[in-house]
Structures are given as structure tokens and as C-alpha cells.
Ligand binder design. Structure first.
Ligand SMILES: Nc1ncnc2c1ncn2[C@@H]1O[C@H](COP(=O)(O)OP(=O)(O)O)[C@@H](O)[C@H]1O
Ligand SMILES: [Mg+2]
Ligand SMILES: [Zn+2]
Length: 492
């Protein structure tokens, strides 16, 4: 890729989040992640090219010096900042516009700075491309996997029902989504195969912006409302059509008899295996931090609680989920306990604005930043130092609550001497047919979207927390009035 000879025809729309728009190269395993600005600012950009460059460099530094140390560098691709020709960026912006989902168009792609983040394309991993069969990639945005400790919260419900499940009610009542998702992050992070299977099933059922599937680098399944604009993108039948060839011949099956249910179940099983094994043979221990009684189960989860009692083994040490959960748990005080410490930092910055740099609240995100948050005193001694350290921890935890996991799956490649990796090749069909287990896949697991969250997002988090909890308690009260507790809590 030569930066001075960029051609928009080599790139296509790949996806976007709230902060960035991503395009992928048609041949190379590369993506460009460009900043987005509110559409109102489209005439005059809110920051200079130098500031945009600094912002993206901060993202790279935060990912490589802070998040990768906490999450494990084997999962992280921090990428590099690139400077692109402005003409290329303008043409690209025009080219991708028709493919963007309408509800994301309140923001526009940054066409002023020419800066972007260049990353490997995790949905078309080049290492796995020797196989004839396109890799399947699953993107999961797991969200927060634990309940806050009762010490710091003012509303009891927060220690019973997880943030995601409460937020679902708020999102539906505010019109953000039409239907509630029954996915509960505590099920996914449980380490129990049955609960994890159930959680993934719910993500498939109602993907919202927490679940996507790619095949050969193209999105084949995502939320209909928030998705690619493709009519079929969240149609289960079309998903099964794509998945079937990967799962046809395992388990002594005869072609005609493979039900959609069995295909889906095999697929979920493969995905759950990848999530549990992603540590790569490490230790086999179990995370214990969260197993404090009552903090591993959300009362709003539809998963049958009795069943979950049996298989609650916790996550394997060093698995991707365990690394993410431990980083999320750096939020040890909850937003309610943290807010007074944020105010302490805020007040200090108001009195001594020049200290903003020294306290590294907007970076640089280097070794010293990481050290500051790791060397936090156990008790609040009333110092600024304690407050800054807790605020740093909280911001890192916010990033970990908002990241995505990308699991790339390639059929059969775990057999080292396997030359017939194509799922459709006759030898492989016969072998899989004769075996009585789900087909084997090799996988690679990555974590993406590891941007630092700005300091000013903390007061917004507090007010959102109030809104979500009030909305939930109101819904709960209304349901109790109607004697309709099943809406909120399933009978145990
Ligand atoms: N390195 C990558 N490889 C493949 N797809 C990516 C990569 N980075 C981002 N994407 C896709 O683009 C989407 C938006 O990127 P993301 O980093 O989550 O942006 P935002 O910060 O706006 O949420 C992701 O959900 C994912 O589908
Ligand atoms: Mg994102
Ligand atoms: Zn929940």
C-alpha cells in the first residue's frame, strides 16, 4: 500500500461505530479507520489536522501501552497512524456514503485531516487465508460482565440486575431499538458452557450492535435496524444458508437430515470453545475475583437459574473473556463511588489548569500512565493522587466495557498435516462424516475498539446511570402493577 498512490476504488465500506468509519482494502488484509464528526460540523472541522493526528496517535498509544498490557498483547493490534492524500479521502467519503446506515448519518467522515488509523483486517486475516474456505468471523461487543459491589451504590436493584439488562429497557423506551435483547453479559462471562451458549443464541436472535458475522471479510449477519442496509442481514434463514456448508458433514450426519437447529448449535459450540480456549494453553486456572456470592448472576437473565447452579465453573484463566472481565473490574467503585473522586480531580484542574498535562488526563498514554493506575493506594487518603489513579482506572474499565471481540474461525486447520482444508472437499467430507463430533476449526481471537474515553464522559456516565436505573425501576413497578413479573424476572 503506497500512501501517495491511494485509489478509492481499492477500498470499500466495511462498517462504522459511533466514533469511526472503517473501510477495507479489496485485496490486502487492511482496513482504514477514519474519525467521524457531527454532521453540523461538516463545514468547519472541530479540530485541526495536527489535533486529529494527535488524537489517533493517542488511540494507538493507549491501545499499545495501556490496554494491551492489561488484556494481553496476543489479542491486540494497535495499528499505526497514516497520513492520506486529501483528494483520496474526499473521493472515499463520496463513495461510501450510499452504503452507510441512515441512522449513523448524524455524523460525517472526517475529510479534512487526512489522518487515519491503519489496522490489519481482522475479518479477513491474512494468516488464515491459505485455506480455500473463507474464514467465518464473529464480532461480539460483550459489554459489562459483572454486578457492582453493594458498598458503593445507592439503588439496591443495581446489585441484582446488570447494567446491560436495565439499559435494554431504556433503549426500547427511548426508541433506540424496537425490541429488547435477552442477551445478558453475565451469562457470556460465566464460563458455564450452557449459559454462554444461551447468551450467544440471544445475540443471534437480537444482534443490535453487539453481534455481527462476517464471511470472507463481508458482513453476512447483523442487526436489521442498525445494519448494513441489506434486507437479509438479520434473517436467520440466510445465516443458516451461509453456515450450513461449514457444518454439514460432522456428527455422522446425512446431508438431508441436518436441521437448522443443529447447524446453529454446532456453530455456537465452536464459538464458545474459541472464547474459552483463547488463552492458548495457559494455566487452566479459574478467575475467582468475581465469584463473591451473588455477583455472577443477573436476576433479569432469562437463563434458568437452577440449571446454571450446576455448571458455574468460572472462566479459564487467561481466556479472552477473563482478561476483559478483570480489566472491566478496575471499575471497583461504580460510577457513584467514583464521581466524588472525579470532582476532586476536576476541582484541582480548575484551580491549576496547567497541571492537566502532568496528570496525563488527555495522555500521553505511556508507561507512566499505566504505572499510575496500577500503583493505586488501597484506601482513600484524601489525596489528589488517589483520585487521579481511580479516575484512570475507571476510564480503562470503560474502554474494556465497550470493546469488541473478533473471533476468526477457519475450518479444519487444526490438523497440522491437513491439506484438504476446504469444507467442500470430498476427503474432508468423508472424514467429518465418519467422526461423531462437530467439525474442528482453528481460530484466532482479537480485541478491537480500545480507544481512551475522555475525562468529560464521566459526568455523562453518572447522569445516564440515573436515567437507566429510574427507567428500569419504573418499568418494574408498572409490571408489578399489572402482575406481570414475567416481563422482568422469569420464574426460577
Ligand atoms: N481491524 C478491523 N478489522 C476488521 N473490522 C474492523 C476493524 N476495526 C473495526 N472494524 C469494524 O468496524 C466497526 C467499527 O469500528 P470500531 O473500532 O468499533 O469503531 P467505533 O469506535 O466507532 O465503535 C467494528 O464494529 C468492526 O465491525
Ligand atoms: Mg465500536
Ligand atoms: Zn443481565
Amino acid at each position: 500500500m503506497e500512501l501517495d498512490k491511494m485509489d478509492e476504488n481499492d477500498w470499500r465500506y466495511h462498517g462504522e461505530g459511533n466514533k469511526s468509519l472503517v473501510v477495507s482494502h479489496v485485496q490486502l488484509s487492511k482496513v482504514l479507520r477514519l474519525l467521524k464528526y457531527p454532521a453540523e460540523d461538516s463545514e468547519n472541522p472541530p479540530q485541526t489536522a495536527e489535533q486529529a493526528f494527535r488524537q489517533i496517535q493517542n488511540i494507538v498509544d493507549f491501545s499499545s501501552n495501556v490496554m494491551s498490557r492489561l488484556l494481553g498483547d496476543k489479542f491486540i493490534h494497535s495499528g499505526e497512524v497514516v497520513k492520506l492524500p486529501l483528494e483520496f479521502v474526499r473521493q472515499l467519503s463520496i463513495k461510501v456514503q450510499p452504503q452507510r446506515p441512515a441512522w449513523r448519518c448524524d455524523k460525517v467522515m472526517d475529510i479534512y485531516s487526512g489522518c487515519a488509523l491503519c489496522l490489519p483486517n481482522l475479518t479477513a486475516p491474512s494468516l488464515l487465508q491459505h485455506s480455500h474456505t473463507p474464514p467465518l468471523c464473529v464480532e461480539i461487543k460483550p459489554k459489562c460482565g459483572f454486578l457492582p459491589s453493594a458498598k458503593h451504590i445507592s439503588r439496591d436493584i443495581k446489585s441484582k440486575v446488570c447494567r446491560f439488562c436495565m439499559h435494554q429497557h431504556y433503549k426500547v423506551s427511548s426508541g433506540r431499538w424496537k425490541r429488547r435483547s435477552l442477551y445478558c453479559p453475565l451469562d457470556l462471562f460465566s464460563g458455564s458452557r450452557a449459559r454462554m451458549h444461551f447468551a450467544v443464541r440471544q445475540l443471534i436472535e437480537e444482534p443490535q450492535n453487539n453481534f455481527k458475522i462476517f464471511k470472507g471479510g463481508q458482513c453476512i449477519y447483523s442487526s436489521k435496524e442498525g445494519g448494513s442496509g441489506d434486507e437479509d442481514s438479520s434473517d436467520l434463514n440466510s445465516l443458516l444458508y451461509h453456515l450450513r456448508p461449514y457444518f454439514l458433514y460432522a456428527n455422522n450426519r446425512i446431508h438431508a437430515h441436518v436441521s437448522g437447529k443443529a447447524v446453529l448449535s454446532d456453530f455456537i459450540q465452536v464459538l464458545v470453545n474459541a472464547l474459552l480456549n483463547s488463552g492458548g494453553g495457559g494455566g487452566g486456572g479459574v478467575t475467582t475475583d468475581r465469584r463473591e456470592e451473588g455477583r455472577t448472576y443477573c436476576e433479569a437473565s432469562v437463563f434458568n437459574k437452577e440449571r446454571s447452579r450446576h455448571g458455574s465453573q468460572g472462566l479459564p484463566h487467561d481466556s479472552v473473556l477473563s482478561r476483559i472481565l478483570n480489566t472491566q473490574m478496575l471499575d471497583s467503585l461504580n460510577i457513584e463511588g467514583l464521581y466524588p473522586l472525579y470532582r476532586r480531580v476536576e476541582q484541582h484542574l480548575r484551580d491549576f489548569p496547567k497541571e492537566r498535562n502532568a496528570l496525563q488526563v488527555d495522555g500521553p498514554y505511556n508507561e507512566a500512565f499505566l504505572e499510575h493506575l496500577q500503583k493505586c493506594p488501597a484506601e482513600d487518603d484524601g489525596s489528589l493522587d488517589f483520585a487521579v489513579s481511580k479516575v484512570h482506572q475507571y476510564r480503562v474499565a470503560m474502554t474494556a466495557k465497550d470493546c469488541s471481540i473478533m473471533v476468526a474461525l477457519v475450518p479444519g486447520a487444526d490438523d497440522e498435516h491437513d491439506e484438504d482444508q476446504d469444507v467442500l472437499c470430498p476427503q474432508r467430507r468423508l472424514r467429518d462424516f465418519l467422526s461423531s463430533r462437530p467439525p474442528t476449526f482453528s481460530y484466532s481471537v482479537s480485541i478491537l475498539d480500545l480507544d481512551p474515553k475522555p475525562l468529560d464522559s464521566i459526568p455523562l456516565q453518572l447522569s445516564l446511570d440515573h436515567k437507566i436505573v429510574s427507567c428500569y425501576t419504573r418499568t418494574l413497578a408498572a409490571a408489578v402493577d399489572r402482575d406481570d413479573r414475567t416481563l422482568l424476572f422469569r420464574p426460577v
